[in-house]
Ligand binder design. Structure first.
Ligand SMILES: Cc1ncc(C[n+]2csc(CCOP(=O)(O)OP(=O)(O)O)c2C)c(N)n1
Ligand SMILES: [Mg+2]
Length: 803
């Protein structure tokens, strides 16, 4: 190994020694956490463990090059890095393992994520930003391998935007775009498409992104020969290396146990990315996994003895220790002392974390025991209650589940009794549930004043002689106003820039606002969303465009796993108010007529899903969203861009409310709920039905998630006593969701005189052409007949059978 070049210039040898020993201390403490952590799982105190052992030393080097304002987007091996930047204490490490629900004690997710998933807090309790330039930042990890990559791209791109776009208020977010986004990924996870998509996109965009590949030759049990061509990721990526003629990457290679070289490599990488805004890839090889992949198996099952022996010799902490002694920085005794202290301190931290974790739960245990003590004396079933009390008392490592489960079962024994003690128990259960449920279920959406649903409606107003324009003109004028008003807003996607999107809702805006703010991207939906997530995490207001709703499937994983969970998994400590703009519903054929609302409703809880029936409504949604904190998908009607709409005289001020339905035709006979393009057919059918004496009330859902927060639909059903839901999703899709909301949430069953119905598309993808559409999706005739059939059933003499 090489001697260490000065860690920093003009540092004394004593300071240098102290820094190395302080690093060594972090490395061995981190290792000790991994070792003890595994034991905590095997003894049953924690549920699952995945640790950073064998990857400590490169993370020390990365931490030294990581500056305040920088961002990390990494994965579950990075505990040592988090400890080295001071964002993870030993207590917090164990609090995460035990799933402590107190965000102060378990700042990584308040127990919502398994240990090894790291985060820093970007937000104050009221949802406002902290000064991110003055702190180290880590975006919240997710478990799906390579899922950290798309977001990493956006985190890096934000620096470019902050550096190059004029007029943005960067305070809290950036200092001249000097911030680097640091990614980490395991060698095997580089097999994922998301890795390659991100690598290519970052090379194109030339953003300050440094991706470290922690290479231990394995992905769980699967060796590199099954993962990576030539078993060497940096070699196969070498075509990305920049040279004097073309832009690209700087690619660096270093051994993961070589402390001195690691530090130099990371300093070099940091300087290149920070100053030149060039992406860097660091392939860190010869890493190990001393305890195997996770607590769910042992690596002796799949590694040869030879490999295991090699890993013992090349353990990065062992190698660092050897180097310290060889370099004369410290002797064996000094290091042994550090190791002994580490063992003691980690054990202490573990005990502290366990006791603080158990304290509030034990308090509830005690409360319940004393309630049961009282109950057993007054109840006729005292023996049974006494038994429950005894088992409860004997549980040492108690959980909330144990407590509530015992309490709720005890209550069943006094079901027919009337006593103050029974009342007390029942009240206690309600209180505990009320207090405990939010620990696990809060913060799916913003809970602050900046929640989307708190943004007040502003209706469009019109001049008497308002011009009739194509819908796309309304969008374009509104986007113009948005980019003019919000310097931090930007839009990007396929064909979004130069031609101003395929339907020209952004026509001419690139010329006006520049190529960075109205930007073309490659065809790569997942990383378009990743760009949006990363930039939103850093205070920008990105609008990510997915060209057609059908292609959102390429990005659904990242929307579902990352975007939809950001606020929830950080318990409101990070937000990504990304707006996803897309267009869908009826047009042509299997891949341009998508209306897979049910899929999105199921997979993207945590993201608002908005389905405006026209472009004025859509414009109003964009204006609302830019004032709120929740991410959203806006599905514009593909066949609405050339339809005429009246131009409002207050366009930039209008706001469509979120979670509020609109009654677009009043009627008395039946409530019809629909949304999007289908509404035009419903309106036509309603006219035809009126001519036959059937007066339909038409409600535009317009916001599927959240849905009808004021419960206006049930009020309509109270009047009409009948309901049909009509959409162009498959059977059991969004219509089933809406029906569930109406029946389960709004209790509409009590007002229904006819069976509630749905009318949907066929269960296959829509066929091409006019006839394909007619036979695949509900037509005006289908709608007419479905509604008529309900009325026929009610009153066959007035409405005789049609066919
Ligand atoms: C999309 C996805 N597939 C599978 C898994 C299960 N899984 C978790 S870690 C892992 C192996 C990752 O290996 P590598 O990227 O080399 O990282 P290492 O654990 O070796 O550091 C797998 C298959 C997952 N989390 N996500
Ligand atoms: Mg690996």
């Amino acid at each position: 190994m090489q001697p260490l070049a000065n860690l920093k210039n003009n540092i004394s040898f004593e300071d240098f020694k102290a820094e190395v020993l302080s690093d060594y201390k972090i490395a061995v403490e981190s290792r000790e956490c991994s070792l003890l952590g595994r034991r905590e799982v095997l003894t049953g105190k924690a549920k699952f463990g995945i640790f950073g052992d064998g990857k400590e030393v490169p993370q020390l080097a990365m931490a030294k090059a990581f500056l305040k304002g920088d961002w990390r987007s990494g994965y579950y091996r990075d505990q040592t890095f988090m400890m080295a930047i001071g964002e993870l204490t030993k207590e917090q490490f164990f609090a995460g393992l035990y799933a402590n629900t107190d965000i102060e004690l378990e700042p990584m997710s308040a127990g919502r994520q398994m240990g090894g998933h790291f985060v820093t807090h970007s937000l104050n309790d009221n949802g406002s930003w902290k000064d991110l330039t003055k702190q180290y930042n880590s975006s919240a990890d997710i478990s799906p391998t390579a899922g950290q990559m798309p977001r990493l791209l956006g985190l890096a791109q934000a620096s470019k935007i902050f550096r190059e776009v004029k007029g943005i208020n960067t305070s809290n977010f950036s200092i001249h775009g000097n911030e680097v986004a640091w990614g980490t990924i395991g060698n095997a996870s580089t097999s994922e498409g998301l890795f390659f998509e991100t690598i290519n996109a970052a090379g194109v965009l030339q953003v300050p992104m440094i991706i470290s590949i922690w290479d231990d030759d394995y992905g769980i049990s699967v060796h590199a020969r099954h993962q990576t061509t030539k078993e060497n990721i940096s070699e196969i990526l070498s075509g990305f290396q920049r040279d004097k003629d073309s832009k690209g990457y700087e690619i660096l290679r270093v051994k993961g146990w070589d402390y001195a070289n690691l530090i130099e490599t990371y300093q070099e990488a940091g300087a290149i990315a920070r100053e030149e805004h060039v992406p860097v890839l660091i392939h860190v090889t010869e890493l190990t996994q001393p305890q195997g992949h996770s607590t769910s198996g042992s690596h002796e099952r799949y590694k040869t003895q030879e490999r295991l022996d090699w890993e013992t010799r090349h353990d990065c902490n062992v190698k660092m220790r050897e180097w310290i002694i060889e370099s004369g920085i410290a002797n064996h005794e000094v290091l042994t002392e550090i190791e002994r202290n580490a063992k003691r301190e980690v054990r202490q931290a573990k005990n502290n974390a366990w006791n603080t974790f158990l304290k509030p739960i034990k308090k509830e245990q005690q409360e319940l025991i004393s309630l049961l003590k009282q109950l057993e004396t007054t109840s006729a079933n005292g023996v049974f209650i006494s038994k429950i009390k005894d088992t409860l008392t004997n549980i040492q490592d108690i959980t909330r589940k144990d407590i509530l489960s015992h309490a709720r079962k005890a209550l069943r024994y006094v079901i027919g009794e009337k006593s103050a003690e029974k009342k007390q128990l029942s009240h206690w259960i309600n209180t505990v549930l009320e207090h405990s449920q939010p620990l696990f279920s809060s913060h799916l959406y913003s809970e602050t004043q900046r929640s989307n649903i708190r943004i007040k409606e502003v209706k469009p107003t019109y001049d008497d002689d308002a011009e009739q324009v194509d819908g796309r003109i309304i969008l374009r004028e509104n986007f113009d106003a948005i980019f003019n008003h919000y310097p931090e807003a930007l839009v990007f996607g396929e064909d979004t820039g130069n031609i101003g999107d395929v339907n020209q809702g952004l026509e001419g805006l690139q010329e006006k606002y520049g190529e960075l703010r109205v930007a073309d991207t490659g065809i790569r939906e997942a990383t378009i969303i990743g760009q949006g997530i990363g930039m939103a995490l850093r205070g920008l207001r990105p609008i990510a465009e997915i060209q057609y709703l059908d292609y959102i499937l390429y990005a659904i994983q990242i929307i579902s796993d990352d975007l939809a969970t950001t606020h929830y998994r950080t318990k409101g400590k990070q937000k990504a108010p990304l707006i996803i703009r897309t267009r869908g519903h009826r047009l042509e054929g299997i891949w341009h007529s998508g209306s897979q609302m049910g899929g999105l409703l199921n997979l993207a809880k945590g993201v608002h899903l908005l389905v405006p029936r026209n472009m004025t409504k859509a414009a109003g949604f964009y204006n609302t969203l830019l004032q709120g904190d929740d991410p959203a998908i806006v599905v514009e009607c593909l066949n609405g861009y050339r339809l005429k709409e009246k131009m409002p005289n207050n366009l930039s001020a209008i706001k469509t409310p979120i979670g509020i339905v609109e009654t677009i035709k009043e009627g008395t006979d039946i409530t019809v709920v629909s949304y999007g393009s289908t509404l035009r057919l419903v309106e036509q059918a309603a006219k035809d039905l009126l001519a036959m004496g059937i007066d339909v009330e038409v409600i535009d859902a317009q916001s599927l998630m959240p849905f009808d927060l004021n419960h206006d639909i049930v009020k309509s059903i109270e009047k009409t006593n009948r309901v049909i839901i009509i959409d162009e999703d498959v059977p059991g899709g969004a219509s089933a969701f809406i029906l569930n909301e109406i029946l389960n949430t709004q209790n509409a069953y009590q007002y229904l005189d006819s069976a509630p119905k749905t009318l949907t598309a066929k269960p296959h993808r829509p066929a091409y052409g006019n006839d394909g559409d007619y036979f695949s999706k509900p037509s005006a005739e289908d709608i007419f007949e479905a509604i008529y059939a309900i009325m026929h059933e009610v009153n066959p003499s007035d409405y005789p059978k049609l066919r």
